[in-house]
Design a protein around this ligand. Structure first.
Ligand code: UD1
Ligand code: MG
Length: 454
């Protein structure tokens, strides 16, 4: 059996009231459509097809790193019409699985069951029972429980409105069958659209078995049409992720106040305080402690390192048992050895800092390599930019830099050197010596305090 997945993503998403196409609205930091492409790919189909339309250029650009085939739906004439735009790429013998770009929490296992249920000759539908079915297409069954049709919210009779089994939008069947029904769709309904959902009645009329698979997990079927839905989906997604972390043994002080927008891998005894956001690929070693209000993106943190409150950390690698923050800003390409300390109001960018070195207060370290056991005093600044180019600073092992020093790059401070406080170092400072680069202090003996003019 050859499987093709077909994702509908052409709709405007009017109810979002946004200039951003609906399928690009972010869920856990990534476009809705990308979540659906992920699950579609997990099924290992021979092709993932996406029907695009509203904001199409924008949608394709946002997904250009994904391997999908694009099909344009120039006018959004309904979900059935959308499917038709991709039918040229579908062979009669393929099994087609239709997914909606606005139903992002759907799970692989469920889809596999659905494809299995469709088999060679049936139409398989994914349905769900909801306490509040408002807005969804209703599954109409006969007295014996056989599915007869799907009726859209706007086309329901008063009786049908009470049906609480709804269409998730996901269906699967052979390409040949789908083609026949799609070609027969009509748009004589309240919205004047070609509804994909009408294939159900066509299948029934053609005596093709319709199998509805009722999923017990309502959130999988959650369709996102407005910002309220989007926020609800975010909460569902968060719970999914935090449940997993808790089961793994991670301490989350409050699972409602942790966001994982990407992949978070944790060792044993990791502790995560409130209001922490992880973005991209983040790896935390054993015993890592993350204080409140931190944002950590694409970073690896080794065993026993403590991130104090209010740190922003991007594309960094910290060795074991470092102490970071509070209020540290760590920018891309920062590599710290073990037991490094970055204190409050310290910014580090594109730098290597070796074992045991300390930058404790109010400093900027950029384009720098620092050896082991250095101590930078409060307010040390590497002047790495001359207004045109960036230059490097090298600080060798065991250096002590007095407070308020500016190291004007390119410059090197030799091993074990001391720099006097308040220095502006423009020349290399030799190893093992004290260098001072500041005006000498003088006292004006005959100075008189100025008097106010009469
Ligand atoms: C649809 C279903 C409804 C189901 C619900 C589940 C139809 C007619 N209705 O309603 O039975 O309960 O989803 O969430 O299918 N799209 C296109 N081209 C179009 C129209 C829509 O690509 O011309 C895409 C949208 O981008 C979206 C998906 O199809 O990803 C569903 O469209 P939407 O307008 O959200 O349909 P619903 O009203 O939610
Ligand atoms: Mg929808």
């Amino acid at each position: 059996m050859q499987l093709r997945t077909l994702i509908l993503a052409a709709g405007r998403g009017t109810r979002m009231r946004s200039s951003l196409p609906k399928v690009l609205q972010p869920l856990a930091g990534r476009p809705l459509l990308e979540h659906v492409i992920d699950v579609a790919e997990d099924l290992e189909p021979i092709g993932v097809h996406v029907v695009y339309g509203f904001g199409g250029d924008h949608v394709m650009k946002a997904m250009e790193h994904r391997k999908v085939e694009w099909h344009e739906q120039a006018d959004q004439l309904g979900t059935g019409h959308a499917v038709n735009q991709a039918m040229g790429a579908v062979h009669d013998d393929d099994v087609v699985l239709v997914l909606y770009g606005d139903v992002p929490l759907i799970q692989e296992e469920t889809l596999q069951q659905l494809v299995h249920l469709a088999g060679e000759s049936a139409l398989a539908l994914l349905t769900v029972k909801l306490n509040n079915p408002y807005g969804y297409g209703r599954i109409v069954r006969d007295a014996r429980g056989h599915v007869l049709s799907i009726v859209e919210e706007k086309d329901t009779s008063e009786e049908q409105r009470d049906i609480n089994e709804v269409n998730t939008g996901v269906l699967a069947c052979k390409g040949g069958l789908l083609r026949r029904w799609i070609n027969a769709l009509e748009n004589n309904n309240s919205q004047g659209e070609y509804y994909l959902t009408d294939v159900v009645a066509l299948a029934v009329a053609a005596n093709v078995p319709v199998h509805a698979f009722v999923t017990a997990n309502a959130e999988e079927a959650f369709g996102i049409n407005d910002k309220k839905h989007l926020a609800e989906a975010e909460a569902m997604y968060r719970k999914r992720v935090t449940d997993q972390l808790l089961i793994q043994g991670v301490t989350l002080v409050d699972p409602l106040r942790v966001d994982v927008r990407g992949d978070l891998a944790c060792g044993q005894d990791v502790y995560i305080d409130t209001n922490v956001t992880f973005i991209g690929k983040v790896k935390l070693g054993d015993g890592v402690h993350v204080g409140p209000n931190c944002v950590i993106r694409d970073t690896q943190i080794e065993d026993g390192t403590v991130i104090h409150p209010n740190c922003v950390i991007e594309e960094a690698h910290f060795g074991p048992r470092c102490q970071i923050g509070p209020f540290a800003r760590v920018r891309p390409q920062t590599y710290l050895g073990s037991q490094v300390k970055l204190g409050n109001f310290v910014e580090v960018k594109k730098s290597n800092i070796a074992k045991g070195s300390k930058v404790s207060h109010l400093s900027y370290v950029g384009d720098t390599t620092m050896g082991e056991g250095c101590n930078l005093g409060a307010g040390t600044i590497t002047c790495n930019y001359d207004g045109v180019n960036k230059h490097k600073t090298k600080i060798n092992a065991g250096v002590f830099v007095g407070s308020g020093t500016q190291l004007v790059a390119p410059v090197e401070v030799g091993e074990g050197a001391f720099i006097g406080a308040g220095s502006v170092i423009t020349k290399d400072a030799p190893a093992g010596k004290l260098s001072i680069g500041r005006g000498r202090q003088v006292t004006i003996e005959d100075w008189k305090k100025p008097q106010k003019n009469k």
